[in-house]
Every structure is written in C-alpha cells, then in structure tokens.
Design a protein around this ligand. Structure first.
Ligand SMILES: [Zn+2]
Length: 362
C-alpha cells in the first residue's frame, strides 16, 4: 500500500526497501523516502519526472500535494503513464517540523571532484542502507538523493525530442507579492523547453525568477548534470500540516496528475506570469551593514529609482538606478561575505516558439 508509505515515512516507520503493485503499474521504495513508480503502459506525453518535497522539513503543502498524487495512483483514479520518482527530502527535519537540522540541505547538491554519477546502492551504503541518514547528516542525505536521481534518469532516458523533468516543491518563509513563483536554476546548457512556461502558467504560478549563477540546489542538480527542465517551485507560505490553502494549489495538483499519467498538461498564456532576472546580488561586506527596509517586507517588493536599499560600512550605499528593482530573499543577518538579498529587474517573457514543443513527443 503506497498510500501508507507516506504516513509511515513521516512517522519514521517505513521500510527502506520494498516493492509492489498499484492498479496501473509497479512501485519500488529505492531508499528511505524515495519511491519510484513505473507504469505498465506509457501515456502519449510521457516524460521521466522527479517530484520532490520536504527538502526543507517545515514546508508541508508540497507533501500534501504528493499525498494527493499517491492516493490517486493507489485508488486507480489516476492511471500511471510515466516513470515517476517521488522524493521526501529531509526526513528527520520533516518529522520535527524544522527547516533543517545541521545545515540547509538545499545547498549541498554538488558532485565532488572524484565522484561523477554514483549508483543508488553506493549512495545508500554511504548513507546507511537500511536506515535513514542521521538527523544531523544532511550531506549524506544529499549524496543519497543525488544517487537516486542519477540512477532514475539513467534507467529512464527521455524520448526523442523531450527532456527529463524535475519539480522541487517548496513554500516560502515570508509573504510574497507573487505567492507562487518558479526559480529557474542557472545553466550554460539548453534553454528550458518553451512549453514549460504555458504549463507553469496554467498550474497557477504567478512569476518566474531566472537565476544568474550556479547555486547547488536540488533543481539545479537536475538541470546542470542531467539537462532536465528543472525548477524550484515556491508554492505559497509555510504553514503546518492541515493549514495549507490546497484550493489555491488545485491547478498544481492537476499538473502533477497529468505528469504522472503521461498526458498533455493543461496550458495557459505564458504572459500571465511576471518574469524577472537577477540584476544585483547584494552582498554583506562588513559588520556595519543594514538593509534600509522593514524586516518583514514581502518578496517582490519593488523599489523606485533613487531608493537606497542597503548601507554597508565597506561597500557604501546600494542605490536603485534607472530601472525599478524588486527584492527577494532578503536577510541582513547573514555572515560577512554572504548574500543578503537578490535585487531583480523585470524582463520579457521567454520567446515561446511558434511551433510549440509539446506536440513534438507524439
Ligand atoms: Zn524551501
């Protein structure tokens, strides 16, 4: 019963291994909190999909979305039609309702110089095969999850003309002018498939933020090492289990269902979303540093030209130039040399090819 898998995993009682059947395919627990679903028959738009939640343990709405998906597949309400890897990220932190234990898991998805792709068994061995990783060992969990993704993507290559996919689902700590937004990891490789913009728009995403440099997040891992269409999706604000606004997330739930079934995902005009690129990465340079706005300012708050947004004893004031800038992820209390905020400029929607790519997989 895979519906139990989620509850048992959250309670810390799930077995680390196991397999069985759902009405339309097979499932296998490949590592603690990592469930693979393989369909009996592929849907017409099947792509190998990684869906992850709980990389930050206190972000519960994505776990509820995953629960809905699993319940649908188990009951036969959803017909499996694409290879699916479902991941619950930081298990000890999820159980205690904390963002993380020792360190932020979502900065650790980087291969070491000696390791290229690692087998899932090696990753499990590194993490302690039969058990969860120790609560304070986020680096071991990152290695285990990287191995699981490597193994999954190696066994399920995408069909010609399509790409692998990874949605890493989160919720944000602070309020936001755009409660649901996608962060696109930086890549020197292929551009994101154009159809993704209409798909994310239909799923209720309201804004898109293009990263300007590598950051070793889980979605970046899939994009950088596997050329996947990969995103960090911020899906509203952090709330405890049962207090999430799942109505606002119904379109996202529909998207996940379409991916699991390998059918065409709903689409909407990409122009419905606002697009931003990083203009300034605001760094803290000295002890004498402050942000010149309230601590609880919402993400995407916009500052007009001439506004002083930060003052630093070494770097001096940071003033908005001719273009209005919007702030995300501000934090004045970072270490010296670390990022205190991103300042964004609005940009044009990506060019959506006239011959849309979501018919090319047929
Ligand atoms: Zn998060």
């Amino acid at each position: 019963m895979i519906a139990d898998w989620l509850d048992l995993t959250l309670e810390g009682h799930a077995s680390a291994r196991g397999m069985g059947r759902i009405p339309s395919g097979r499932y296998e627990i490949v590592a603690p909190g990592v469930l693979e679903i393989c369909p009996d028959d592929s849907g017409p738009h099947a792509r190998p999909v990684v869906i992850s939640a709980g990389i930050h343990g206190n972000e519960t709405a994505p776990i509820e979305l995953m629960g809905e998906l699993i319940a649908g597949l188990e009951s036969g309400h959803l017909i499996a039609g694409a290879p699916l890897l479902l991941i619950l990220g930081n298990l000890p932190a999820i159980r205690t309702g904390e963002r993380f234990h020792a360190t932020n898991l979502n900065r650790l998805f980087r291969r070491t110089e000696t390791a290229t792709a690692i087998s899932v068994d090696a990753g499990n061995a590194a993490a302690g095969k039969a058990n969860d990783c120790p609560a304070d060992d986020e680096p071991a969990r990152a290695r285990q999850l990287m191995a699981a993704v490597d193994d999954f993507y190696a066994r399920f290559p995408p069909a010609d003309g399509t790409r692998r996919l990874h949605y890493d689902m989160h919720t944000a700590i602070r309020d936001s002018h755009y409660p649901r937004f996608a962060v696109v990891p930086f890549s020197e490789g292929e551009a994101i498939s154009p159809s993704q913009w209409s798909i994310l728009s239909a799923a209720g995403l309201q804004a898109v933020l293009h990263q300007h440099q590598h950051s070793w997040t889980f979605s970046h891992y899939s994009r950088h090492y596997h050329d996947a269409d990969a995103f960090t999706l911020e899906l509203g604000q952090v709330h405890p289990f049962g207090e999430n606004d799942m109505v606002a997330l119904a379109p996202m739930s529909q998207l996940l269902a379409a991916l699991a079934m390998g059918i065409e995902a709903p689409s909407a005009a990409p122009e419905r979303m606002a697009y931003f690129k990083v203009e300034i990465e605001l760094m803290r340079r000295s002890t004498d540093f402050r942000l010149c706005f309230n601590d609880d300012v919402a993400n995407f708050t916009t500052f007009t030209p001439g506004t002083v947004v930060a003052e630093d004893g070494e770097a001096g004031p940071c003033t908005v130039g001719d273009t209005p800038l919007s702030v995300v992820f501000p934090n004045a209390r970072v270490e010296i040399g670390a990022r205190a905020a991103l300042l964004l400029a609005a940009c044009e929607p990506p060019q959506v090819a006239l011959a849309s790519d979501h018919t090319s997989s047929e």
